[in-house]
Write a protein that binds this ligand. Structure first.
Ligand code: KDG
Length: 338
């Protein structure tokens, strides 16, 4: 059957609904399009997770919802994409919680350095009452949060020297995410941090505007940072979650069935993405070494020194994040380790 496609009159930046009329059925099927954008490239488990989301949603809605995927910041940097969701010019993005903290301050609780000792604890806290409770706070920002995906433990790279101890951070120009707590934590470690959008990072390292950056091994390898960075250390200073964000005005316009399909797909694709991330995790570091990067192990003593140095920063930010949220997260971390 040939479909006659007519664009439904739509205002503002929202051009995501079309009405398709199938004359043979004499029925009107409204097709909605979700534009999903991420900062990472199409090799990354995040993009593969997004493709899984697309597959589930398009199959379960029998094509009534289409998902268009954009990688490598094609729709803008993380902050711009979140604003796009609020304005209705884009429907999905999956940013690091560190960037979301600029919209909902409580999200900065995940920026507390050395908060999660391992991925299992992160799963328990994020998937539990505390993590889900934080997602509810997004509504006030015109956003809907459909669970957490995994960026992972962040590790330091640079082009100046091997970093084994806090002393080695001294004076290094480190790009951080646009997040106040990260900035101050790196200052406390003695580094000279600069906040910058992810989309500008590769060029900044290439042009030596910054000496280094911190991201999980997956990103360091798949974004080819080994081409512009020489040293990598397993600082593991922060476990970085992603939040699957949907534009609230768009989500509210879906039928209850469609809302359920989109929600379940976001969680299912998140589980798939997390598994893929972890399976490949160990390989990425070996790959980086094969590409010539020099790996430095952080000893437990050296890491403890870093923990001590950032302690005053955690205290300083506790009121800004919300004491209740900070305490709830620390309690949930303790509970998960029992
Ligand atoms: O797609 C999400 C990425 O843009 C983000 O996670 C990158 O962690 C990131 C960073 O360092 O900005």
């Amino acid at each position: 059957a040939v479909l006659a496609i007519g664009l439904v009159a739509c205002g503002g930046g929202s051009q995501s609904s079309t009405t398709e009329t199938d004359p043979s059925l004499d029925a009107k099927v409204e097709t909605k399009t979700m534009r999903a954008g991420i900062g990472l490239n199409d090799q990354h488990p995040q993009y593969k997770g997004l493709l899984k989301f697309k597959e589930i949603v398009e199959e379960k809605t029998e094509g009534a919802i289409k998902v268009e995927t954009y990688h490598s910041g094609q729709l803008g940097d993380d902050r711009t994409m979140i604003e796009g969701l609020q304005l209705g010019s884009q429907e999905i993005t999956i940013p690091s919680t560190a960037v979301i903290a600029n919209f909902v301050p409580e999200f900065a609780v995940f920026d507390i350095p050395f908060l999660f000792p391992n991925e299992e604890v992160a799963d328990a806290v994020l998937g539990g009452e505390v993590g889900e409770g934080l997602l509810d706070k997004l509504a006030a920002q015109n956003l809907v949060g459909l669970g957490y995906w995994e960026n992972g433990f962040r590790d330091l790279t640079n082009s100046v020297r091997p970093v084994a101890t806090a002393e080695d951070f001294r004076g290094l120009k480190i790009r951080t995410m646009e997040n106040q707590l990260h900035l101050e934590a790196f200052r406390a470690l003695g580094a000279n941090p600069t906040p910058m959008a992810f989309t500008e990072l590769f060029a900044a390292m290439q042009q030596k505007t910054v000496d280094g950056q911190e991201n999980p091994y997956s990103t360091i390898y798949l974004q080819k940072y080994f081409e512009v960075q020489e040293y990598v250390s397993n600082t593991h200073h922060i476990y970085s979650p992603w939040t699957f964000l949907v534009s609230k005005p768009f989500f509210d316009g879906l039928t209850p069935e469609q809302q359920e399909i989109v929600t379940e797909a976001a969680y299912a694709a998140g589980a798939y993405q997390r598994e893929m991330n972890r399976e490949a995790g160990a390989e990425y570091l070996a790959n980086l070494q094969e590409e010539g990067m020099i790996f430095t192990e952080i000893t437990p003593e050296a890491r403890q020194e870093m923990v001590d140095l950032v302690q005053p920063v955690i205290e300083k930010f506790t009121d800004q994040i919300g004491r209740e949220t900070v305490e709830a997260v620390f309690d949930a971390v303790a509970e998960a380790q029992k």
